[in-house]
Design a protein around this ligand. Structure first.
Ligand code: ADP
Ligand code: ZN
Length: 249
């Protein structure tokens, strides 16, 4: 059995899974105390002091990318980038079956984007203003339109502007990493029409400079739906156990 905890700003999800990474039991509860209170909290060592088992810790998007890789795609492809377009924007990547980690985890959500000619919004990233997150995450949609993304009509012309920013992210990711697939998750992607708009604008930007896999299989929504992160947590637990066994032998 494996355990996973997905610690989010809105809610915590805890799950137990079996060796096939199938969830046996799951609970979730609101984070309530401000997310800020977790800042600098030593999550990993605290857990280790209670449980004498291998434990791994990573970012939400790394876990989601890993979940899609192991369970969603059953390791049939080994280069995946996962983005969440939600309260913030984050990206995690797997290359040759391994999570991309440099001096720290990547922060792909804060990449530079070119402003849309019809968009006068200045952006709301506290660090960079008009980076991708500052222009295209849920709160930026709400600030421009006066309503949350879920309350904005599918017909609204704003969605082409939203797609323009996400398409730039697809363009940069394609040229930087040439993954086999880019998965787009998070609340904003629950707009079913959006992924098609992103694909179209992306193709327009790329101008066939590189040959990409079939577009409908290249820019996709998560195979595991909302459960990529928590199942990814189970998969990382399996990996931590495997690594611990390897180091003994
Ligand atoms: P979080 O990023 O906090 O983990 P989500 O991925 O659900 O959570 O993202 C929340 C953001 O997504 C909010 O800004 C919300 O307005 C937006 N959102 C949620 N559902 C939709 C929807 N159906 N269409 C567009 N935006 C949505
Ligand atoms: Zn930023």
């Amino acid at each position: 059995m494996y355990g996973a905890i997905e610690a989010g700003g809105t809610k915590f999800v805890c799950a137990i899974g079996n060796e096939n990474l199938e969830i046996i039991e799951q609970v979730s509860f609101p984070t309530t105390t401000p997310k800020g209170k977790w800042r600098n909290y030593n999550f990993l060592d605290t857990l280790k002091s209670y449980f004498n088992v291998p434990i791994a810790l990573t970012t939400d998007v790394n876990a989601a990318a890993y979940g899609e890789y192991v369970k969603g795609y059953e390791k049939k492809i080994s280069n995946i980038v996962y983005f969440t377009i939600g309260t913030g924007i984050g990206g995690g990547g797997i290359l040759n079956g391994e999570l991309i980690e440099g001096f720290s985890h990547p922060e792909m959500g804060h990449m530079k984007v070119v402003p849309h000619p019809k968009d006068s919004y200045k952006g709301n990233c506290p660090f960079h203003g008009n980076c991708l997150e500052g222009m295209a995450a849920g709160p930026a949609i709400e600030k421009r339109n006066g309503v949350k993304g879920q309350d904005l009509s599918e017909e609204d012309s704003f969605w082409e502007i939203e797609a323009y920013y996400i398409a730039q992210c697809m363009y940069n990711t394609t040229l930087m990493l040439s993954p086999d697939v880019i998965v787009l998750g998070g609340g904003v992607m629950q707009q079913d029409h959006l992924v098609k708009k992103v694909r179209n604008q992306f193709k327009h930007m790329l101008k066939e400079y590189v040959q990409i896999p079939k577009i409908n299989h290249y820019i996709v929504t998560p195979k595991l739906g909302q459960r990529s992160g928590i199942i990814g947590g189970l998969a990382l637990a399996e990996k931590a156990l495997y690594n611990a066994r390897e180091s003994i032998h």
